[in-house]
Design a protein around this ligand. Structure first.
Ligand SMILES: [Ca+2]
Length: 271
């Protein structure tokens, strides 16, 4: 069985995302560029756009495309989140819960960047349980090593916000279709990053009437960097508390969570 239960750790990423971004720059020499995948990269939708997450890769446009909603994220007021909707129709655009990103910042060599998973906050606001997976394909359909899909995370109906981790480690990926030949070859040259509901491992997924909120999609560094995250996270938290102490005598209008949340955008280079 390739289903894992999501961890209930909402809104976890405020300090951690920044720490990963710092480490990506410090340890990997990644210049924070938006030109290719980088460990610690974060899509938080705080610019009010879908950040290039789209339902269709050509073909028919969904009648229920992804939208960004204000005040819908795990941080509440001021926190934007992406909402995915699917109709559950037997066929046709919008019938399945699928979203893709082909922006250059999510493309490239995941192995060289040390990215071996995604962490994201999700909230299932629909009436059906979801089995969420991440999937990758090469730059052209079926090119390089073919399509590969992660084990699934169970997101129960009416879940509330949860934090889920989806593996992109080559040894854990499952074939997305009959043409999948080499997970490492695909990960070394990713052209399409996809999130989808699929009860069995597959690139296409299932028709389902569903609605899912998503926020803080983060490119996770592989375990060789994981230990240093603790140090980085503590460093960021200390910086944040020092900043708050300095501000306390004056106005209290700014919320620490929102100030901290802005940090990973600048560091990670997300647009
Ligand atoms: Ca957000």
């Amino acid at each position: 069985m390739d289903v894992r239960r999501a961890r209930a750790l909402p809104n976890h990423r405020v300090a951690r995302g920044a720490a990963v971004g710092v480490l990506a720059i410090a340890l990997l020499g990644v210049p924070g560029s938006a030109s290719a995948i980088a460990a610690g990269q974060l899509d938080d939708f705080q610019d009010g756009t879908t950040q290039d997450w789209v339902d269709a890769l050509g073909g028919a446009i969904s009648p229920v495309p992804p939208v960004v909603l204000a005040d819908a994220g795990p941080g509440g007021v001021g926190d934007f989140a992406l909402r995915l909707t699917s109709t559950g129709a037997v066929i046709g655009a919008g019938s399945k819960l699928v979203v893709n990103n082909v922006d250059p910042r999510w493309q490239g060599d995941y192995l060289a960047a040390g990215v071996d998973g995604l962490m994201l906050d999700v909230r299932n606001v629909g009436a059906s349980d979801l089995l969420l997976r991440v999937a990758v394909d090469g730059p052209a359909v079926g090119a390089t090593g073919g399509r590969w899909v992660s084990p699934a995370a169970l997101i129960p109906a009416q879940s509330g916000w949860q934090t889920v981790t989806l593996s992109l480690a080559p040894e854990e990926l499952l074939p997305g279709d009959f043409a999948a030949t080499d997970a490492e070859a695909t990960l070394a040259n990713v052209g399409v990053l996809r999130l989808l509901h699929a009860s069995a491992a597959g690139w296409v997924g299932d028709s389902i009437a569903a609605q899912l909120l998503i926020d803080d999609i983060e490119a996770l560094p592989e375990p060789r960097l994981a230990a240093t995250l603790v140090i980085g996270s503590l460093f960021i938290r200390l910086l944040g508390s020092a900043r708050r102490r300095r501000r306390q005598p004056s106005a209290r209008g700014g919320t620490p969570a929102r100030e901290a949340r802005a940090t990973p955008v600048a560091i990670g280079g997300a647009s």
